[in-house]
Design a protein around this ligand. Structure first.
Ligand SMILES: [Zn+2]
Length: 158
């Protein structure tokens, strides 16, 4: 019971209780039924309003949402999604190649036709989904750049 709930929180299907109360107190959450971060990536929609386009073109994030004006530059996931794509898709492709070669025994031209399509198409699709998911998780959990703690009196260099 605990593991599925924790998995749901980490994948973004549920919100931690602290975020629900925080958003309700400040009135920032105007959407009564927010889309899960995974669906933000799948649909390519703005995590703030769930209506605007997340992507400008194939893989570039929009700078601002054209519906709600949300500034998307602050939560750019950078190269984070690429690491997941390399590790996950790379492993799947290698396993698929080994199965096709040694279990099924397809001709070599099948590898030359199949795997470039799977790698290129899969990479682009997974990059969009993971970029949107990580972006939405950063938005949902209010992740920010690290800042120096300057203490109570603001004297960090002493
Ligand atoms: Zn928006």
């Amino acid at each position: 019971m605990v593991v599925p709930i924790l998995c749901s929180i980490y994948l973004g299907f549920l919100r931690p209780v602290s975020n629900i109360t925080e958003n309700n107190e400040t009135g920032q959450d105007e959407n009564p039924r927010p889309v899960s971060p995974l669906m933000v990536g799948v649909k390519g929609i703005c995590p703030a309003c769930n209506k605007g386009e997340l992507f400008n073109g194939l893989l570039d994030l929009n700078e601002t949402c054209d519906v709600c004006g949300f500034d998307m530059r602050a939560a750019d996931p950078g190269d984070g999604p690429a690491v997941f794509v390399i590790l996950i898709l790379g492993a799947l492709v290698v396993v698929g190649m080994l199965i096709l070669e040694f279990k099924i025994g397809v001709p070599v031209w099948v590898h030359f036709v199949l795997w470039p399509i799977v790698v290129i198409g899969g990479s682009i699709w997974m990059l969009r989904v993971l970029k949107g998911w990580i972006f939405a998780m950063q938005y949902r959990h209010d992740a920010k750049q690290g800042e120096l703690d300057e203490g109570a009196d603001g004297d960090a260099d002493e």
